[in-house]
Structures are given as C-alpha cells and as structure tokens.
Ligand binder design. Sequence first.
Ligand code: ASP
Length: 337
Amino acid sequence: MSKILIIYTGGTIGMVPTENGFAPKKGFFINELKKTPYLKRPELPDWDFIECDPLLDSTNITHNEWNQIAHMIEKDYDNYDGFVVLHGTDTMAYSASALSFMLEGLSKPVIFTGSQIPLCELRSDGYDNFVTSLFIAGQGIVREVALYFGGYLLRGNRAVKTSADGLIAFSSPNYPELASAGIDIEYNHKRLLEAEDLPLNVVEIGPHRIGVLKLFPGIRFGVFKPIIKAGLEGIVLETFGTGNVPGYDPSLPSVIKEALNAGTIVVACTQCMQGTVRLKAYETSSALAEAGAVSGYNMTTEATVTKLAYLLSKGYPAEDIRDLMETDLRGELTRPE
Ligand code: ASP
C-alpha cells in the first residue's frame, strides 16, 4: 500500500466565495476531504495532508513558493511514495515546469492538479482531478513532475493552460499525453521519463531578472534598449514561426549583441502552439542567430522561463547556460532531426 503526501498551496479547488470574489480559505479543503467517505476506499493510497501558509491564488505564486514546495517534498521524500500538489490553474504550468528542474534526481511521482470550479460549487471538476491524481500518484508508474487535469496526465514542463474556462484547461501541444483517464488509466509508457535512482537534490530558485518579449508586426526594438541596458540576465523572445524576427528595424541585432556583451542569455521561442524554432531556416532568423541568440526549440514559454531561472540559480557561466538551454534536461524539449 503506497502513501502519498498531499500539499495544498491554494487555488480555485479549495476556494470559497468572498465579497471580492473567490479566495482560498484556511482549513476548508481538509474539512471537505474529511466529509468524503470514498477517500478511504482501499483502491486509493493512504495519504496525509499539509497546507501552505498563506494559501494563495496562484497568480501570486513566485519562486519563493516554488522553493517552499520543493523543500516540503525534500523533507518528506523518504516518508512517502509520491506527492500531489494542489495548485491554482493560472500559473500551474509554470510551477510544474519549475519543480521539474529544481527536483534533481526525482524518482517519485509529483502530480500537480487543481480545478476550474471550486469544490464548494455544484459541478466542481475538483473531485475527479484530485481523486485521479491521488490514484495516479499511488500507482507510482510516472516518476517525474506531471500535471493531471480534465482526464489527461501531461508532462509538467510541456503543459500550457490553454483554456480560461474549459474543464480540459491544459494541453501539451508539443508532446503526447503521458496518460489518459477513461475507465482505466492508459499510460503512454514509451513517453515517460526514465528515472534513475539518484538521491534527491533540491536547487532553490532565486529572484532573477528575466524578461519575455512577444514580437508583433510593427514592433520597434529600440524601445526595449533601456530595459536590456538595465541588466537583464535572460530574455525570452517569442518570435514568429520558426524563429523569425522582422528585418525592417536594424536595431535588433545590435540590441541582442549589446545584451550578449552584457552577459544576457537570449533565447528564441516560437509564438506558435506547435512546432519548433529552426534558426537560420529563413533569412529573417539568421540575424538573430548570428547575433548570438540560442534556440528554445519547441519549449513552452513556461518551461523556457523556469529553466533559465533554474540555470541562473545554479550559478553556471553564461556560455554553459546557453548550451544547456539547447539541451534536453527533463524531457522539456525535442531537437529537430
Ligand atoms: N486564479 C485561480 C488560481 O490560479 C484560478 C484557478 O485556480 O483555477 O489560483
């Protein structure tokens, strides 16, 4: 019989109505669980529950809470067979991505979940998301950070919140689902990370100066020079298509070069939901590559930002970070053949 630790961080699943809209309430979630007799069924693993203080709408989650969650897992790593992290949906894909990098050597399931409708409301999706996550964590087949929502188990650092109000709120546009939950939980065994049995090592993430710049037709790069000069450690450029940037504004290569000279890591991602960056495939991406930007290939923005923060926190030299940004560390990117 496996034993799972449930970590409640806040989010809609345990929220109650207040004068100012839904907000998390201390003690509410565990009281709801205690009222639910089927959580004692023998098919489910044994579980313990801990609640973060304060409980947060995930809009307010920062690297501080990522560190807190990581240390909670570290502290009880040997006492449990897996972990379920209950989290708000808005930034769940960022937290799941961050934890996938921070938990070096992870070989147990860490399943993020939450809901779009609070448990206290009729038609809440919280019960299925929670019970199925607990069940999946108890099975112990997935030994990585994953996100379960609306019937699908996704790799944490491949997930994106793609619906603000649908009950299937997350997608994994560039990687197949790890499992789907119908009558049975059907695992996509070939797609799971192979965990090595290493000791767990938590890498704390610090407050790094990272910027995300989404291109749009007509963008003037000179406008961003002052921000870059202010000493950004990393810039994620959300480029068009396969890594293309407009050529009408000649200040881009010089802005990128200035950033690089100042030690900034510049990573090109794509605005497209699917597919990969291929720098130099078009004339419009060559200048970016020649200026020294690296490719984020098919990483989500969530994975790119958190991976940058993780690598910066490890204190690696810029050259190593540039190489590692293009290297698959936790199943977060696929390099084109
Ligand atoms: N704003 C909420 C949160 O992210 C939304 C949710 O949980 O669905 O905490």
